[in-house]
Design a binder for this molecule. Structure first.
Ligand SMILES: Nc1ncnc2c1ncn2[C@@H]1O[C@H](COP(=O)(O)OP(=O)(O)OP(=O)(O)O)[C@@H](O)[C@H]1O
Ligand SMILES: [Mg+2]
Length: 468
């Protein structure tokens, strides 16, 4: 467990509040032996002044204290620090006081005499839950802090660089080219640029250049006049005109044909165009943001993309890093999607097990954030616990992770010249996969078999054969 500074958790500090000396001594002795730091208060007022002076992780508080009641101490403790865990103890337990204490935020109510071991367990459990809740709060804070770029989640230095770029370009009308692999968030960034600019109340018009047939693209861009071509039975405004005063997002710009490139260049240069079948030019005030997952420089070198258009659109380039180059964002991204889909599906999933995060960390996500998002969505749909466990993650990710490792290890086919034993090679591979599956599922045979897509009987047979 880590604390706020990322170091080891400090020893939990417990305050024992009881007016009876023997009880204080018993609890102090018992809890110090458990490794906690323990302080004692002899009555209610004493407890309150200590609570105001120091922050305690946990309070063990008797109900009858001689002066004020334990319930009043509870109220003050919760007011001073809502994260303090309070456990009430009393020999005079009535259901009513218990309910009242719980309503005031007590974690539990323990009747006297109590079983020492049970009390120790209750305390350990309460502190553990508190750290889980604390961890989640930290994550929530982090999420909140870094959601300020219009739903863009990420706290890695590379993403901070992206945010800085967005901040700089959103004040200008400079044309921006966003590059990055598929699923890295190019469209999200394009929208953020628009929403952070003075144009935010004007239209954001997105055109996917790759999905519109060449013959239609010109009319989509610039509009057409009635009778311009078969089927043009009335005048139609183009998307550039609709985006007037706003932003045009040219998605997959690398896909447009060379004849369209000429027309687009002219429109971008002049901020004016002539609708298909028209004669008069229409001027517009638009900012162009384009995106591509191709290496446009290479397309230019190879003559597939006009150099002049490239420089027009690419006044400033924002490069989005692939997810594998900013693994430190994986956790908050996964948590973000978990909460999104959990609430969409009416589930109550709040946390991802650290082990599941470890698994995700081993995978290199060729489909980037979109792939992670889909994976979490599927996992949420399939799970019925409130914590996302490794078993809920799609099996394909486990298999693909190992394949990557296997590839890295490299099977030595060149050794063939000296002759090889195919059985030995296959047995080696079998052993490596089974061992890995066993590790991943912490020795659980059922899960191991599932990961390997064999039945448990076959697994047991192989374990015996391989002496595993
Ligand atoms: N940093 C991020 N924070 C939160 N969600 C993100 C982030 N990056 C991407 N996404 C989500 O991942 C999905 C893919 O993002 P987007 O469509 O912007 O990617 P893209 O780079 O345009 O991909 P493509 O090249 O395939 O069009 C979207 O659902 C988007 O909301
Ligand atoms: Mg896109």
């Amino acid at each position: 467990m880590k604390d706020e500074e990322g170091g080891r958790m400090k020893t939990p500090h417990i305050l024992v509040v009881d007016d009876e000396l023997s009880m204080r001594e018993l609890l102090e002795f018992m809890l110090e032996r458990e490794g906690y730091e323990v302080s004692c208060a002899v009555n209610g007022m004493n407890a309150i002044s200590m609570i105001k002076a120091t922050s305690f992780d946990l309070l063990l508080c008797d109900i009858r204290l001689g002066d004020i009641t334990g319930l009043e101490v509870l109220k003050v403790a919760k007011k001073e620090n809502p994260h303090t865990v309070v456990i009430m103890i009393s020999a005079y337990s009535s259901a009513e006081t218990a309910v009242e204490a719980m309503n005031e935020g007590a974690y539990d109510y323990v009747p006297k005499p109590f079983d020492n071991n049970e009390l120790k367990q209750t305390i350990a459990k309460a502190l553990e839950l508190r750290t889980i809740a604390q961890e989640k709060r930290l994550l929530d804070d982090e999420l909140k802090k870094h959601l300020h770029f219009n739903r863009i989640v990420g706290n890695s230095p590379k993403m901070h660089h992206v945010y800085e770029m967005i901040r700089q370009v959103c004040k200008t009308t400079t044309n921006v080219l966003i590059t990055g692999e598929s699923g890295t968030g190019k469209e999200l960034v394009a929208r953020a640029i628009h929403e952070k600019s003075d144009r935010r109340d004007q239209p954001f018009v997105s055109i996917n250049c790759g999905s519109i047939p060449e013959t239609l693209l010109e009319s989509e861009f610039f509009g057409h006049k009635k009778g311009a071509f078969t089927g043009a039975d009335q005048n139609k405004k183009g998307l550039f005109e609709m985006a007037n005063k706003g932003t045009v997002f040219l998605d997959e710009i690398g896909e447009i044909s060379s004849s369209m490139q000429v027309k687009l260049l002219k429109a971008v240069q002049d901020k004016a165009f002539i609708p298909v079948g028209g004669s008069e030019s229409i001027s517009v005030d638009v900012r162009f943001v384009s995106a591509t997952n191709r290496k446009l420089e290479n397309e230019v070198i190879e003559g597939r993309f006009r150099e002049d258009l490239f420089y027009r659109l690419n006044v400033i380039e924002i490069r989005l890093p692939p997810l594998r180059e900013r693994k430190e964002d994986l956790r908050i991204l996964a948590q973000h999607f978990l909460e999104k889909y959990s609430s969409e599906m009416g589930k109550r999933m709040t946390k991802i097990s650290s082990y599941a995060i470890d698994l995700l960390n081993k995978y290199d996500f060729p489909g980037n954030i979109r792939e992670l998002e889909n994976l979490i969505e599927r996992s949420v749909a399939l799970s019925n616990t409130n914590i996302l466990l490794p078993d809920n993650l799609s099996i394909s990710i486990h298999k693909r992770t190992w394949m990557e490792e296997e590839k890295e290890r490299g099977v030595d086919i060149d050794a063939m010249a000296q002759g090889v034993s195919l059985d030995d090679i296959l047995e080696g591979i079998e052993r490596a996969y089974i061992q890995k599956a066993l590790d991943l599922s912490k020795g659980n045979q059922k899960m191991t078999a599932r990961l390997l897509d064999i039945n448990t009987r076959s697994l047991r047979y192989r374990l015996k054969k391989l002496n595993l």
